[in-house]
Design a protein around this ligand. Structure first.
Ligand SMILES: C[S@@+](CC[C@H](N)C(=O)[O-])C[C@H]1O[C@@H](n2cnc3c(N)ncnc32)[C@H](O)[C@@H]1O
Length: 332
């Protein structure tokens, strides 16, 4: 294992994410994402085999597995402390459709077999080499496979990065988490953005989230452009931004002004920025990549949910139009 991966592992062994405590309130974000995706596109998760790569303490995965008893989940993580919590959480719910394994995404995981769906939520940006990690995960997909990623956003992550640099300058030693936590509290940086907006009255949970936000030993932030570069060469065939988070809100992603969507969920509505005929006309001339760049600057995402698919999977689904019109072919 390389030095950086070792450092990441050591951090999460000390502060498992989101919490060592199996008893915190249920976290439904992952289940909600899968349900929204199924409702919009018509994709059926029943009898599918899903890999959750970097499951952490499994709070989000276990909630999905509990609510989707006819789907089979395999979850991996590099951190033994996190897996212990995840296993006890799944046992306490009496789940028989989820199994956990200690594995490094950066090494060969072919013994786990092939999957209909691979999810890697909030993990790839912490890897020593995200491109290699993504290639390994893509290799686990079946021919008509589907992949979800959650990645940090650079444009909307500026304030957190500013604070993180202040803490790092004062902390001096990057692995002194205890002192770092005290500095964060003294600086009054212990407020949370989307994704860390959890029930944080529990001190242990709060400390784990603060370590993740301000003391992380390795993270990379993305723009729509660097996401396109990340997926190029991964072995994936098509990809789209599924949604973004900005501040404390989540939006489905669409670059089309007044584009149709069957879900009654907030959507990035570009027409709100196009208040004149000139603006509309100039926007019309942009290609998808340019529109995505503009959307980054308008919406300032602090996170992106990316969906990628093989072999026309989404193009052939009855409700795949929003994703198809925002989708791009991945370069080989
Ligand atoms: C921020 S947590 C995300 C947990 C979970 N996906 C969620 O959304 O709640 C990142 C997780 O990735 C795991 N991780 C980091 N590097 C890894 C690697 N190379 N292989 C497997 N897991 C890794 C960490 O141990 C940690 O549990």
């Amino acid at each position: 294992m390389d030095a950086l991966t070792n450092q990441v592992k050591s951090m999460y062994e000390q502060y498992p994410y989101p919490s060592k405590d199996a008893g915190i309130p249920r976290l439904a974000e992952l289940y909600n994402l899968l349900q929204l995706f199924a409702r919009e596109t018509g994709f059926d998760f029943k009898d599918k085999r899903i890999l959750d790569a970097g499951t952490g303490t499994g709070h989000r995965l276990v909630e999905a597995a509990r609510s989707m008893p006819e789907t089979n989940f395999v979850a991996i993580d590099i951190t033994e402390a996190s897996l212990q919590t995840a296993r006890s959480l799944a046992d306490s719910r009496g789940l028989t459709n989820v199994e956990f394994h200690a594995r490094d995404i950066l090494t060969d995981t072919s013994d786990l077999g092939q999957f209909d769906v691979v999810m890697c939520m909030g993990v790839l940006h912490h890897l020593a080499n995200p491109e290699d990690g993504l290639k390994n995960l893509t290799a686990r997909l079946k021919d008509k496979g589907l992949l979800f990623l959650y990645l940090y956003g650079e444009v909307g992550g500026r304030e957190r990065m500013r604070r993180k640099t202040i803490v790092s300058l004062l902390n001096k030693s990057s692995d002194n988490f205890e002192q770092g936590l005290q500095l964060i509290k003294d600086l009054k940086f212990d407020t949370f953005e989307y994704g860390w907006n959890l029930p944080v009255d529990d001190v242990q949970l709060r400390d784990g989230l603060l370590v993740d936000a301000y003391l992380h030993v390795n993270e990379k932030l993305y723009t729509s452009e660097s996401i396109i570069n990340l997926v190029n060469g991964s072995g994936l065939q098509k990809a789209a931004l599924y949604g973004i988070t900005t501040g404390q809100c989540g939006y489905l992603y669409d670059t089309t002004p007044n584009g149709t969507c069957s879900l009654r969920v907030p959507k990035t509505e570009v027409s709100t920025w196009l208040s004149s005929d000139l603006l509309k006309a100039q926007f019309e001339k942009l290609n998808l990549r340019e529109r995505m760049q503009l959307m980054d600057l308008w919406f300032e995402p602090n996170g992106y949910t990316v969906v990628a698919w093989q072999d026309n999977l989404i193009d052939e689904l009855p409700g795949g139009d929003r994703l198809t019109r925002n989708g791009f072919k991945v370069e080989r």
